[in-house]
Write a protein that binds this ligand. Structure first.
Ligand SMILES: [Cu+2]
Length: 219
């Protein structure tokens, strides 16, 4: 009777912590010889399902050393977790923060295989990114380029691209902060600078290459 009550208490306690559980995995006796893999009993339980943020603890209940080492599809250590050599009676714990399916083996006895399936949401994943860039202050400059993402740009012809509220400094005319006026002709030869190969030297109008904007002599 007492046993039944104790079991009931343990079950209810585990249920309460279903979303931050600690799951125990045993490495049972005799697994250093092949055979356990036919019964999926090299790790017990060999396939577990936990929610993200849960801790899994492996305990070596055998009399020889083992490991629990995460591997990729080619059975190469993936680096997610590795108990390294786990002496008899010792434990190793790992907290699974990210959802996914994790295979692992014992490096000393490669027939020993297990999986941990981690369910639930991780932190923000790539798929949750909005299609349009986020613009918190709605000034038309996306947060990634906005030096003041929480404050709207003042559109006044002065630093309108930095995304920050500002006042036009006194004595600054818009033209000084802008590009040279198109059509400007520094050497006044009638050929605008953007077409003038020699913008600072006037064309020699002599019927020879009068369009390149450069001084020259007729050959
Ligand atoms: Cu082993």
């Amino acid at each position: 009777m007492l046993v039944i009550i104790l079991v009931a208490i343990i079950v209810s306690v585990q249920a309460n912590f279903a979303f931050a559980q600690t799951t125990a995995v045993s490495i049972p006796k005799g697994t250093s010889s092949p055979g356990c893999e036919t019964k999926s009993s090299c790790f017990i339980p060999s396939n577990i399902k936990v929610s993200a943020g849960s801790k899994v603890t492996w305990k070596n209940d055998d009399t020889t050393s083992h490991t629990a080492t995460s591997v990729d599809a080619s059975a190469v250590p993936s680096g997610v977790f590795d108990s390294s050599i786990l002496m008899p009676g010792k434990t190793f714990s790992f907290t699974f923060k990210n959802a996914g399916s994790y295979s692992y083996i014992c490096m000393l006895h490669p027939w020993m295989k297990g999986t941990v399936e981690v369910t639930g949401t991780t932190t923000s994943s790539d798929s949750s990114k909005p299609a349009t860039p986020k613009d918190s202050d709605k000034d038309g400059i996306p947060d990634t380029k906005d030096k003041c993402p929480k404050e709207a740009e003042t559109k006044n012809g002065y630093q309108d691209d930095d995304g920050c509220p500002d006042k036009k400094p006194a004595g600054t005319t818009p033209s000084t902060s802008q590009k040279p006026t198109p059509g400007k002709d520094a050497d006044k030869d009638g050929i605008p600078d953007e077409k003038d190969k020699c913008p600072n030297a006037a064309e020699t109008k002599n019927g020879y290459k009068d369009d390149d904007g450069c001084p020259d002599k007729k050959p």
